[in-house]
Each structure stands twice: as structure tokens, then as C-alpha cells.
Design a protein around this ligand. Structure first.
Ligand SMILES: NC(=O)c1ccc[n+]([C@@H]2O[C@H](COP(=O)([O-])OP(=O)(O)OC[C@H]3O[C@@H](n4cnc5c(N)ncnc54)[C@H](OP(=O)(O)O)[C@@H]3O)[C@@H](O)[C@H]2O)c1
Length: 241
């Protein structure tokens, strides 16, 4: 139980990597606040987490809306007393030729992926400073490290997370706030549907699993006094670098 007495707030907890991360952190004893928009999925997650014997709450929140983010963080601190780990995982993507993207697409993707990461960091970091430290994990992507055709706006949003993580790491590591970036390639989740991939999963064979990525999240936040994990790049076995 390497995370006993730690409290983790995980966004995008209703499915995929966020859900798997909640379970991985809980198995190490962390208390969990999981947030997303889909109430039924959150309820099922809360039951599963509680069955592991840890304290768990879920909270419906649209991560693009600053009042909802502030309320989510306030509620977590009120329920658990502190926040040791923040996992900024909620995200959306999409595949479209560059000239077909609309301003609405831009706002939706940038707000969900980039603005939400900023909003949660802004709300949580003051608590971490008061507590004397914490861990932040930002779920970016290999698409934040290099551009891909038909994914222009998604790549922009993911590279914004890379830039923010690097800035926060340099600004706060001496205050014992450790900021980690996890950059997966293809992962077999709802997110990866489209661009020829279908729910039967046949053409996602060889992709990483959500649990693989959750292990990287866990590794990033395990207590260690002499070092911090800054960047994890993961590639599925069917993908070149
Ligand atoms: N799958 C991949 O191939 C892959 C590769 C690299 C990086 N990533 C990154 O990994 C992260 C998780 O993706 P995933 O693969 O686990 O996707 P997923 O299965 O589609 O899950 C996405 C999560 O984000 C939540 N979400 C989306 N919009 C939201 C909003 N406005 N407010 C609150 N929650 C919202 C969803 O919950 P609700 O719909 O219930 O709100 C869901 O829990 C993303 O940031 C993605 O960019 C994924």
C-alpha cells in the first residue's frame, strides 16, 4: 500500500485511462475523487473503488467550465481534507482534414484538453503549496510531441499540455510539487475509435491497454524522495517511434 493516506483527484474517470488510473491508485491505498460527466459510469466506478476498501467519491463536472472545476476541487478538499495527486486525464480527439476543422471544433478540443489542465492546476496547486507538495500527472500524447496529419487541433492541444507541464515543473519542483507528463501512443479505448477503427477492437490489436498507461501514471506518483519522473513516452507494439 504505497499510497496509503494519499488523496488523488482524477479527471476523465468514467472510462478508459482515467478509470484504469483510479483503480491502479486505489489498489495502492489512495483515496480517490473521480470526475467526468457521465453519471451512471461514475456511480459504477465509485462502487468498484469502495469495494477495494478505500474511500472514494465521484463528482460530475464538465472540465471546460471554470466554476465546475472550482466546485470539484473545493468538494474534494472538503470531503478528503487534502489533494496529494492530480491526474489531468479528461480529453477528446478527432480526425479530420485540416481544412474541414471549424472554430467550434477548435474551442471544444482546446478547452477540454488544454484549458481544463490549466484550470485544474490553478485550483489545486495552492492546496499543494499549503500541504508542502504533491504530484500532478498530465495525460498528453505522442501527438503533443510531434504533429500528425488530420489531427492538427488535437496535436495543438496536447502540445499545450507539454509546454504547461514543463513550465510548472520548473516553477514548482523546489516546492516539492512534482509534475509528470505521460505521453502514450495508441491506446485501446473509446477515444481511439474513428480513423478506420471500430468498437469490435479488431483493428486496435497491438495498441496499449488503458491499464498499461495507468501503470505509468502510478509509477509517476509513487513516493520517492530523491527524484521525480518528468516524462514518460509509451508506444504500443504496433507503432514505430
Ligand atoms: N486512447 C488513445 O489512443 C490515447 C492516446 C494518447 C493520449 N490519450 C489521452 O488520454 C486521455 C484519456 O483518453 P482515453 O483514451 O481514456 O479516452 P476515453 O475513453 O474517451 O475517456 C475520456 C474521458 O474524458 C472525459 N471527458 C471528455 N470530455 C469531458 C468534459 N468536457 N468534462 C469532463 N470529462 C470529460 C470522459 O468522460 P465523460 O464523457 O463521462 O465526461 C472520459 O472519462 C485523453 O487526454 C487523451 O488525449 C489517449
Amino acid at each position: 500500500m504505497r499510497l496509503k493516506d494519499k488523496v488523488a483527484l482524477v479527471t476523465g474517470a468514467s472510462r478508459g485511462i482515467g478509470r484504469a488510473s483510479c483503480l491502479a491508485l486505489a489498489r495502492e491505498g489512495a483515496s480517490i475523487c473521480g470526475t467526468a460527466r457521465t453519471h451512471d459510469d461514475l456511480e459504477a466506478l465509485e462502487k468498484e473503488l469502495t469495494a477495494l476498501g478505500i474511500k472514494a467519491h465521484t463528482f460530475a463536472c464538465d472540465v471546460t467550465k471554470s466554476p465546475e472545476v472550482a466546485a470539484c476541487v473545493k468538494q474534494t478538499v472538503s470531503d478528503f481534507g487534502r489533494i496529494d495527486i492530480l491526474v489531468n486525464n479528461a480529453g477528446i480527439g478527432g480526425y479530420r482534414p485540416f481544412l474541414d476543422w471549424t472554430e467550434d471544433d477548435y474551442d471544444r478540443i482546446m478547452d477540454t484538453n488544454a484549458k481544463s489542465t490549466w484550470l485544474f492546476c490553478k485550483e489545486v496547486i495552492p492546496h499543494m503549496l499549503t500541504q508542502g507538495g504533491g504530484n500532478i500527472v498530465n495525460l498528453s500524447s505522442v501527438a503533443g510531441l510531434q504533429g500528425y496529419p488530420n489531427e492538427g487541433i488535437y496535436c495543438m492541444s496536447k502540445s499545450a499540455q507539454v509546454a504547461l507541464s514543463q513550465s510548472l515543473d520548473r516553477e514548482f519542483y523546489q516546492k516539492n510539487i512534482k509534475v509528470s507528463l505521460v505521453c502514450p501512443g495508441g491506446v485501446e479505448t473509446h477515444f481511439a475509435l474513428g480513423d478506420g477503427r471500430t468498437p469490435d477492437g479488431a483493428n486496435m490489436k497491438g495498441f496499449s491497454s488503458a491499464e498499461d498507461v495507468a501503470e505509468a501514471v502510478l509509477l509517476s506518483v509513487l513516493p520517492r524522495s530523491r527524484s521525480r519522473i518528468v516524462n514518460v513516452i509509451m508506444r504500443p507494439m504496433n507503432e514505430q517511434t
